[in-house]
Design a binder for this molecule. Structure first.
Ligand SMILES: Cc1cc2nc3c(=O)[nH]c(=O)nc-3n(C[C@H](O)[C@H](O)[C@H](O)COP(=O)(O)OP(=O)(O)OC[C@H]3O[C@@H](n4cnc5c(N)ncnc54)[C@H](O)[C@@H]3O)c2cc1C
Length: 423
């Protein structure tokens, strides 16, 4: 059967997750011509974005990543202004970020100074300072035996890095929907139930895409923002990247905490128990008071999923047990009997350096924004800005100054403190 006549676009973006729609919206903000976003799902947020913990913090090994995260944080903080929506679904919830990584005083001081030099508000707290701000938190620094079989003796640790400005997005799927609304308002043609099944090229140049409904779109620029499906889309373009981008199953637990916590909670990175956690304003009753908990252990970011359309989306019982054990250690006032739920989602680990690859490929006009590992939600607004600046040469309000080359396909692997979500 012949394909329907081609419709032209200036840019086709494959995937309407937070990355694809950030790119499309940033293109529309600088009048980049006809931008078409193709999404195979019936709605947005069905990939990584909908499952995201949406933590927004700044501490990373590399200055450029901190600057991208700062740019993302600025935008999420000013979400109504950025999107131009008077009542967006998503909001930035400020909590601060407490790094309980068992680091010595010198390391924490150096990290604080490095972040302050970059314009971030960061403090060093001692155990007393932590207890004053967050009375519910234990300040133990001793590593926990996660099997729970051995006795644990809590020992106070005395130096903690505190990011004053961090927090989380209250509704990552809502943020994705907000961008859909803003992009459409500004003229982007976002088509749902429009899976791309081929990328056409000729003479080393991309020509456009073929859709599952047998229509086709011609375009001189095609952007792969297909999240955990990125390898399949790159293969459609005849590309095998030098980077290993692995769809990875990642689990998150939610524990109801109504009335059990004295005072506020920040977003916490907790090396003793190998977890991160934060308050969650959603909650089963829609009124909040639950805690979201995930792992920071590199071994919990190893489970490769061969087919991103089919994987177990539930929380494993042993993971549930480990996360609960570590959470109770850090929040001793929690009761053991509580309502606990959980999910598993996918993100695309870049095995080499847990950072994304963004930029042009050897197929002229074919651009990738892939491999965001556990950082893509906070980085998305800045990635949209980077790609849109590079494609149009135009600047707009809220732009990042980090050049796209920093994340290019032909870069060296970035040396990171730890190959994990901490990076
Ligand atoms: C459990 C979990 C916790 C996380 N926590 C954080 C966090 O705290 N902070 C943070 O910054 N990041 C976090 N992340 C990572 C972040 O959510 C992701 O990096 C980000 O959402 C990636 O967005 P994306 O648009 O690339 O991918 P996706 O959201 O997966 O979007 C890709 C889209 O492409 C579509 N698509 C695929 N193939 C095709 C095709 N052939 N044709 C058309 N459409 C196609 C898919 O349907 C999908 O909608 C977390 C992720 C998970 C899973």
């Amino acid at each position: 059967m012949a394909r329907a006549a081609a419709k032209n676009a200036d840019v086709v973006v494959i995937g309407a997750g937070i990355i694809g729609l950030s790119i499309a919206y940033q293109l529309a903000r600088r009048d980049a011509g006809r931008v078409v976003v193709l999404e195979k799902g019936a709605g947005v947020g069905e990939g990584s974005t909908g499952a995201s913990s949406a933590c927004i913090r700044l501490r990373y090994t590399h200055t450029e990543i901190i600057r991208l995260a700062q740019s993302g944080m600025t935008i999420y903080r000013q979400w109504p202004e950025f999107t131009g929506l008077s009542s967006p679904r998503a909001a930035f919830q400020h909590t601060g970020v407490l790094w309980m990584l068992g680091e010595d005083r010198q390391t924490v001081e150096a990290e604080r100074d490095r972040m302050v030099d970059l314009g971030a508000r960061a403090l060093m707290l001692d155990a007393e300072g932590v207890r004053e701000r967050y009375p519910a938190l234990s300040t133990c620094g001793a590593t926990l035996d996660l099997s729970g079989k051995h006795d644990h003796e809590c020992t106070d640790h005395d130096s903690y890095l505190f990011e004053v400005e961090g927090g989380y997005c209250t509704d990552p799927r809502g943020a994705n929907q907000d961008l859909l609304e803003a992009a459409r308002r500004d003229g982007v043609d976002v088509r749902l139930r429009s899976g791309v099944e081929a990328v056409r090229s000729q003479g080393g140049r991309v020509q456009g895409v073929d859709l599952a409904d047998r229509s086709r779109i011609d375009a001189p620029v095609v952007v792969n923002a297909a999240g955990p499906w990125c390898n399949a889309v790159n293969a459609m373009a005849g590309l095998e990247l030098a980077w290993t981008l692995r769809p990875t199953r990642v689990q998150v637990m939610y524990r109801v905490s109504a009335g059990e916590i004295r005072g506020e909670l920040p977003l916490v990175g907790d090396a003793a128990g190998g977890i991160y956690f934060r308050p969650d304003s959603r909650g089963p009753d829609g009124r909040g008071q639950q805690i979201l908990v995930g792992s920071i252990r590199p071994e919990d970011e190893q489970e490769e999923v061969k087919d991103p359309d089919h994987f177990d989306r539930s929380l494993d019982p042993d993971m549930r047990q480990r996360l609960l054990h570590a959470l109770h250690h850090r929040l001793p006032s929690l009761e053991y009997r509580a309502r606990v739920t959980g999910i598993a989602g996918l993100y695309t680990m870049n095995e080499q350096d847990v950072h994304p690859v963004v930029g042009p490929t050897e197929l002229e006009g074919f651009v990738v924004a892939n491999g965001f590992s556990g950082h893509g939600f906070k980085l998305a607004p800045a990635i949209g800005s980077m790609v849109a600046q590079w494609l149009t040469g135009k600047r707009a309000e809220f732009d990042t100054d980090v050049p796209m080359e920093f994340l290019s396909l032909d870069r060296q692997s970035l040396a990171v403190r730890e190959k994990s979500v901490l990076a």
